[in-house]
Design a protein around this ligand. Structure first.
Ligand SMILES: Cc1cc2nc3c(=O)[nH]c(=O)nc-3n(C[C@H](O)[C@H](O)[C@H](O)COP(=O)(O)OP(=O)(O)OC[C@H]3O[C@@H](n4cnc5c(N)ncnc54)[C@H](O)[C@@H]3O)c2cc1C
Length: 474
């Protein structure tokens, strides 16, 4: 079916140009660019991609989300750099679409526009006291230790002996691991120097991971929870282990079964002495954060499981408990942001779309020449590789639609560059980024680290201004 779409384009679009704007240089942006460029041989289309990124640095959450102790995963950026170095790709870093350029301008100058802007904000708990000092979104904490310029000024106070992480997904596992592991094991990674220093002085010795449902419903993948168990000097325990042991692991399948089996082995073993501890607490929901100006306690309600139409959900029992803590990190999901002029589904936090074609409303009419891929298309789920299949679906639709809409003969990059110059926007090219990358790696080597990141836009631009003049890239 897909092949027939592609082949029908081949007979009608031979030798034509297709100028595409891709907005967001995270995994979805790169995979979209890659699939577009690879189609040339099939369609004989001359495709050019301009990749817009609001930060000077590319790679999205691979740089600012993936945990510093998961360095091997970050190797995917080598493939991204290869895609960006294709002469048919131009990188416009430090350009925010919606501010520096409007959506209407992109639609005016490009044949097709694809949004791959990810999901950068967080979901709120919606409980009293959530705004107290000591209460942070996981998005902010992750951005803080990873040096995302939006979060480097976050005031993270680690002087409390107990931290509570709300949520049991893989981001919650990352957050718990970074908080509780011996800081020395992070010292050679690309963690920011200020975060490493704060973690070295941290008083946190216990992290409580809260899940509103039971062990079988936990969203973490088996490897992630086992990684926590394998941390040196850290003991993993389960509050009320009897409820975990009461489960019949054989009644579950896939990851749920693996998780239950693993958690039962944890529940059965004798607890080991360790200086640090991670406590898993199931069937508990936060109902309030309490304290005077600062989180001092979290109020928890005990839940029971209710099954309705095959779905297991949590219902409060009316039994409450107060737990002392000075740090609460909510990790209950990332959420997309709306872009001016682009239809947005405020319930799901995604750009309205039908398998990658943007629609005027959820389930509404398709808007020609406008597409979406990645987390802003399907919501904040899935691994880096999931964005590949996702981008492929979008690109297949783009190529099938290639005949619709006007064609642009002049290169949009020149018009766009002039618009940005007139607006005083300092565009960062891929050659600029490669220079910053080299500086980061060199600074890292000096400190025995993988890299030492620039963590402000100003410092990146200053480093570029301080460089001896080089020829601009293509
Ligand atoms: C904390 C965390 C840890 C993770 N760890 C792993 C892991 O270990 N392994 C794994 O496989 N996956 C991991 N993931 C998942 C993976 O990071 C995502 O699947 C992937 O990054 C989503 O890709 P994306 O391109 O849709 O979004 P993003 O990676 O968020 O990229 C979006 C890009 O768009 C840019 N942008 C946003 N708005 C604009 C605008 N208006 N103009 C221009 N540019 C804009 C952003 O700056 C960003 O660079 C993790 C995710 C998180 C949150």
């Amino acid at each position: 079916m897909l092949a027939s779409c592609v082949m029908s384009g081949a007979t009608t679009s031979r030798g034509r140009r297709l100028r595409v704007a891709v907005v967001g240089a995270g995994p979805a942006g790169y995979y979209t660019t890659d699939f577009l460029l690879r189609q040339r041989a099939v369609l004989d289309l001359s495709i050019e991609v301009d990749l817009f990124e609001r930060l000077p640095s590319p790679h999205g959450l691979v740089r600012s989300g993936v945990a510093p102790d998961h360095q091997s995963i970050k190797k995917v950026t080598k493939a991204f750099d290869r895609i960006a170095s294709d002469p048919r790709t131009r990188y416009f870093g430090n350009v925010t679409v919606g501010t520096d350029l409007t959506h209407a301008e992109l639609m005016q100058h490009y044949d097709q526009v694809v949004y791959t802007t990810g999901a950068a904000t967080d979901r709120k708990l919606g409980v009293e006291g959530e705004e107290l000092a000591g209460s942070h979104a996981a998005t902010a904490f992750v951005g803080w230790y990873n040096g995302h310029p939006d979060f480097t000024s976050e005031r993270v106070d680690l002087s409390t002996p107990r931290a509570v992480v709300v949520g049991l997904g893989n981001v919650a596992m990352d957050v718990a691991r970074v908080l509780i592991q011996m800081p020395a094991s992070l010292a050679s990674t690309d963690i920011t120097d200020y975060a490493l220093e704060a973690l070295s002085k941290s008083q946190v010795r216990e992290v409580v991971l809260l899940g509103r449902r039971g062990p079988a419903e936990a969203a973490f993948s088996p490897r992630e929870i086992q990684d926590i168990d394998e941390l040196e000097g850290v003991e993993l325990t389960i509050d009320q282990p009897e409820s975990t042991l009461a489960l019949d692991a054989t009644s579950f399948s896939g990851d749920a079964r693996k998780n239950v089996e693993f958690l039962q082995s944890v529940a059965l073993r004798t607890q080991r002495e360790a200086p640090r501890r991670v406590r898993l607490r199931f069937l508990s929901s936060p109902v309030a954060l309490e304290g005077t100006g600062q989180v001092e306690r979290i109020k928890l309600e005990r839940n029971r499981l209710v099954e309705r139409q095959g779905r297991v959900s949590a219902a409060g029992t009316g039994e409450y408990e107060l737990m002392k803590t000075g740090l609460v990190l909510r990790s209950i999901g990332y959420f997309g942001s709306a872009l001016p002029g682009v239809p947005f589904d405020t319930t799901l936090g995604v750009i309205c779309n039908d398998r990658g074609r943007v629609t005027a409303t959820p389930g509404g009419a398709i808007i020609p020449r406008l597409y979406v891929a990645g987390w802003i298309k399907r919501g904040p789920v899935g691994l880096i590789g999931t964005n590949k299949t996702d981008a492929k679906e979008t690109v297949d639709h783009m190529l099938a639609d290639v005949e619709s809409g006007p064609r642009h003969n002049a290169s949009p990059a020149e018009v766009i560059t002039k618009l940005l110059n007139d607006r005083g926007v300092r565009v960062v090219s891929y050659a600029d980024w490669r220079h910053l990358d080299e500086l980061e790696v060199a600074a890292g080597i000096q400190r025995g680290k993988v890299r030492e990141k620039f963590w402000s836009v100003a410092s990146m631009l200053q480093a570029l201004d301080a460089r001896a003049p080089v020829a601009a890239d293509g």
